[in-house]
Design a protein. Structure first.
Length: 303
């Protein structure tokens, strides 16, 4: 009733219900109809919703140019989510000519207006790579830090890289390890692998092979080839884990299947110390691991 009487809030709320199928059958076309009525009254929120629906092809054929049009109308009213999505369209060349300078402009507007970690991270990437802006590692690090401090995983990893390489900040292995750990704890495999390397080398942290094995394993379980190889090496040497040639052979096999060129030679070296039964068991464990769909399934199979 409110929507029919021209209430913007009612029109948007009704559009949301049709879009999500809450209390009524899901109907994207009806959702768009109500959003359009609100958008025609200059509702930035409704304009943004229409942009998203055109972007995703909900209720209409996917139309990036139309999505850009609606995002732009909402962005011009300073809606941060619309500013961010518009920046993505320019960055990816969807619905508009690819334009990193425009992407940077809209990412900055979104990041400045609201503490939006996604926009801050993407702006950091543009400064890091010199895309649409002059390359500036110091600015890249600044934006990564703002994003990472809000818990944005990839920003934490990238900031760790900046500290590890001394780009935009003074080289500091301890700070690199700190930011890698933040990203690694959230499941980022490259951060897990890098953190494992730092623990194995005692770089920025106290040398600790047990910790190295822990982080290598987490990365390897997500398909990180180098982590699988390094974990195999720790099992072969008995560093941080009990010496176990079967486990070592298994992880070398997993790394080799992922394309690691050093693993076959490492396998051959430890096979000289293994029985035929041990080799067969290692091969069976590796085959089961590579065939499973999830780590939980792997754990059930290989026990």
């Amino acid at each position: 009733m409110a929507a029919k009487q021209g209430s913007i809030e009612g029109q948007i709320a009704l559009g949301d219900l049709y879009r999500n199928g809450e209390g009524i059958p899901q109907d994207y076309a009806e959702a768009m109809r109500w959003y359009k009525l609100a958008a025609e009254q200059r509702s930035a929120e409704a304009q943004f919703d229409l942009g998203v629906m055109n972007d995703n092809g909900q209720g209409v054929a996917q139309n990036y140019a139309e999505a850009v049009r609606w995002y732009k109308l909402a962005a011009e009213q300073r809606l941060p989510d619309a500013e961010y999505n518009l920046a993505l369209m320019y960055a990816n060349g969807k619905g508009v000519a690819q334009d990193n300078a425009e992407a940077a402009r809209w990412f900055r507007v979104a990041a400045d207006q609201r503490a939006m970690p996604e926009a801050q991270f993407n702006l950091g990437v543009l400064y890091d790579n010199g895309q649409g802006v002059a390359q500036d590692y110091k600015e890249a690090a600044r934006w990564y830090r703002l994003s990472a401090e809000q818990g944005f995983t990839q920003a934490g990893f990238n900031l760790g890289l900046m500290y590890a390489n001394g780009q935009g900040v003074a080289k500091d292995d301890a700070e690199a390890a700190r930011w890698y750990k933040m990203a690694a704890s959230q499941g980022q495999p490259e951060a897990q692998y890098n953190l494992g390397v730092m623990y194995a080398a005692g770089q920025g942290v106290l040398k600790d092979y047990k910790e190295a094995a822990h982080w290598y394993r987490l990365a390897a379980e997500q398909g990180h080839r180098d982590a699988a190889f390094n974990l195999g090496g720790l099992y072969a040497a008995g560093r941080g884990v009990p010496q176990d040639y079967v486990e070592s052979h298994k992880w070398f096999s997993i790394a080799a299947a992922a394309g690691d060129l050093d693993s076959p030679r490492a396998q051959a070296t430890i096979e000289a110390r293994m029985t035929a039964e041990q080799i067969q068991k290692a091969q069976a464990l590796a085959a089961a691991w590579k065939a499973c769909a999830s780590q939980a399934e792997c754990d059930a199979r290989v026990k």
